[in-house]
Design a protein around this ligand. Sequence first.
Ligand SMILES: [Zn+2]
Length: 107
Amino acid sequence: MTEPRYPAQAYSNGRGDPVPRHRRNPRRAYDREGREIAPMDLANAAENGVQIIRAICPPPCRHEGQVPLAAFPSTMAVRDVGLYLRCTVCGRKGLESEPVWSRRDGL
Ligand SMILES: [Zn+2]
């Protein structure tokens, strides 16, 4: 028998009741039992050195822009920031959003 690759506590445990697949939010992660895993919010991102959120328009546009993290409430999930933005090229609402990680060594 092989050892598990990661210890059990290495995985995030979800909270609350399991959510059926057809009712899950595509901007959230779920554990093995289907319970929602708390998303990274802007306060947590800022603690980890993030100052900018990248917004990406879905295909076929694929336009990318950057917005300062400070422009949104600290309790907002990083993945939800894009919902409040509009693409400046095609005008579409509901963009993807992700943190722009800054390197601690300043490079
Ligand atoms: Zn666009």
